[in-house]
Design a protein around this ligand. Structure first.
Ligand SMILES: C[S@@+](CC[C@H](N)C(=O)[O-])C[C@H]1O[C@@H](n2cnc3c(N)ncnc32)[C@H](O)[C@@H]1O
Length: 562
């Protein structure tokens, strides 16, 4: 069955030094579905957190029963491969023009047949003037070339989408695959597409912001490493993909005053010198005390029973894509790749449920110093931004490059004070939005932000400092980010289900400011809002949504993804 779907996008002609890219064929609103991509060969799944690498995928293709078909090889041959591993350097520096049609199975298949009929198979991969010639040459990709293609184009994640796997009662897994349409997107450190979503073995991509017709669509190759300063980002991109990024954010950072650059470097050096285990030790978090209160456990079970009754096809059918009328709202996408500095080596389910702060004096003193040092640098950056930068978007890009430090400051601050900072999750979410919009961490930070606002309101705390920062609007931001990731939900039940799944599906990545109580509170909050008649659509609408035409497009494609 062909589940592939190509939306209003096309492949741009190759440009020197950049190759091809993907551009919008029409004006696109946030949340527009760009494509549903099918993997070449098959995807490889492993244990949660396994961090599967491109070589594992290659090995999987070699050893799996089906292996790679002739069509698969044709598709792979059309993708970018770095010049050093290619038999002809020019073939990679100026790749052939192609279109998305070249990746449809019937087209690739006929090319594969033509190629072998014409005896091209034996020819080396010379400069190909067009896709057919490339296809012909490529059927004989050498092992080295195949490796280069996979290294540059495979997409992997050390955990599958937590919310969806939770809804389907599946275990989360590590996954890697090669999705040709996605592989044609070039990188930006401030991408305009949402983090891609893997639904079973299909990859879905949506816009994160308004994208005018003709504009290039970009994704970030860096994931949460996008929160590092430019120099570190450039190093990674150069090393793994062989190019120097010249995106708007990089340019702004390159042109930033030298003292800003120096502060960002100091922040990075400081935050990366503190590793997670060390920090946890200081916070005296004890994995042995992994106990959730019985009522939390019971509620979780109930949520699980409810949400698992909705599975992916149903879920997708329930979502409508709003193709044209959603307003551009720069604050749609916030984020939460919380605690890059802390996260990778810690087991979150443990951490999140414990937070048992023993806090001996020495640890507290060290944490206080960390917090103060972090706070000093964060303040220094703010002063410098105030002095040198007038454009708010540029200031946000630069703050995003010091993300880990801000997270460290807020996290330690909360820990030491023993109270939640109502604005903390929101501040972090706004920065993650820059480099990983609609990623799972982004959703979690937004969810935490909404819960904090609700808790503060319930406790009769001070009114929000800005009128646009009410509890409802924070929920609206979350709802809109959910729509960017999963398509627009059409009813409150579904939203509540998603929120429940989101909160119940915390993974090791999601440390930091998210805690189980807060996550639980989200579902309650959404239920309350629904009961009060200010359901998500209304709340989102008050954020500029206007009249929202619900269109059941792609249900025909998406509904089949079982
Ligand atoms: C996954 S491919 C992207 C599609 C590729 N441009 C093509 O023609 O097939 C990755 C390669 O694209 C190029 N690339 C991606 N983002 C770029 C950027 N921001 N600037 C310059 N080159 C970029 C680099 O050569 C990189 O190794």
């Amino acid at each position: 069955m062909n589940d592939r779907h190509i939306g209003p996008v096309e492949v741009s002609p190759p440009q020197p030094g950049r190759g091809r890219g993907v551009v919008a064929r029409e004006d696109l609103q946030p949340g527009s579905l760009l494509f549903v991509s099918e993997p070449v060969g098959s995807v490889l799944e492993g244990q949660l957190g396994q961090q599967l690498q491109p070589q594992h995928l290659l090995q999987h293709w070699k050893t799996s029963q089906q292996g790679l078909s002739a069509e698969d090889r044709v598709k792979l041959s059309l993708l970018h491969r770095p010049s050093s591993s290619s038999s002809s350097s020019s073939s990679s520096s100026t790749p052939p023009p192609i279109s998305f049609k070249d990746f449809s199975t019937s087209k690739a298949s006929s090319k594969a047949k033509k190629a072998s009929a014409k005896g091209f198979g034996a020819a080396p991969a010379k400069q190909a003037g067009n896709a057919a010639a490339a296809a012909a040459a490529a059927v004989e990709l050498t092992d080295e070339q195949l490796e280069a293609v996979v290294a540059c184009n495979a997409y992997g994640d050390d955990h599958t989408d937590a919310t969806l796997t939770y809804c389907r009662q599946e275990q989360q897994r590590s996954v890697i695959g090669l999705f040709p349409e996605f592989s044609l997107l070039n990188h930006s450190c401030a991408p305009n597409t949402a983090a891609p979503v893997l639904l079973r073995d299909r990859l879905l991509l949506r816009t994160a912001v308004v994208v005018p017709a003709g504009q290039e669509l970009t994704t970030s190759y860096l994931s949460t490493a996008g929160g590092m300063p430019r120099q570190q980002r450039q190093q990674l991109l150069q090393q793994h993909y062989g190019f120097v990024c010249g995106c708007h954010r990089c340019k702004a950072e390159e042109q930033a005053a030298p003292d800003i650059t120096a502060t960002l470097q100091a922040m990075h050096a400081f935050s990366s010198s503190i590793d997670a285990p060390q920090l946890l030790q200081l916070m005296a978090i004890n994995p042995a005390e992994e106990q959730a209160a019985p009522d939390i456990t019971a509620t979780l079970q109930a949520m699980h029973a409810f949400s698992s009754s909705i599975d992916a096809p149903q879920l997708l059918q329930l979502m409508a894509i709003n193709p044209a009328e959603e307003q551009a709202a720069p604050d749609i996408t916030a984020t939460l790749q919380a605690m890059h500095a802390f996260s990778s080596s810690i087991d979150a389910p443990q951490l999140l449920q414990l937070m048992a702060a023993a806090g001996d004096e020495a640890s507290t003193a060290k944490l206080t110093t960390l917090h103060q040092q972090a706070g000093k640098l964060v303040q220094q950056l703010e002063d410098q931004l105030q002095q040198h930068v007038t454009e708010p978007v540029v200031a946000q890009w630069l703050r995003a490059s010091g993300y880990d430090m801000l997270a460290l400051m807020l996290r330690t601050g909360e820990f030491l004070a023993g109270v939640k900072d109502v604005a903390a999750a929101k501040r972090l979410a706004e920065l993650v939005r820059v480099f990983a919009p609609a990623s799972e961490p982004h959703l979690l930070l937004l969810s935490d932000s909404a819960v904090r606002a609700a808790e503060a309101a319930a406790a009769g705390g001070p009114a929000p400092t800005a009128p646009e920062d009410t509890q409802e609007l924070r929920v609206a931001q979350l709802v809109r980010a959910l729509a960017l990731r999963y398509g627009e939900p059409r009813d409150m039940d579904l939203l509540t289900t998603l929120a429940g799944a989101l909160s119940a599906s915390l993974t090791p990545h999601w440390l930091g400011l998210i805690d189980l109580d807060g996550a639980m509170g989200l579902q309650q909050l959404m239920q309350q809002l629904a009961a009060a008649g200010s359901a998500a659509a209304g709340a989102a609408g008050s954020d500029g949504g206007g009249s929202r035409r619900k269109v059941e497009m792609d249900a025909s494609q998406l509904g089949q993804l079982q």
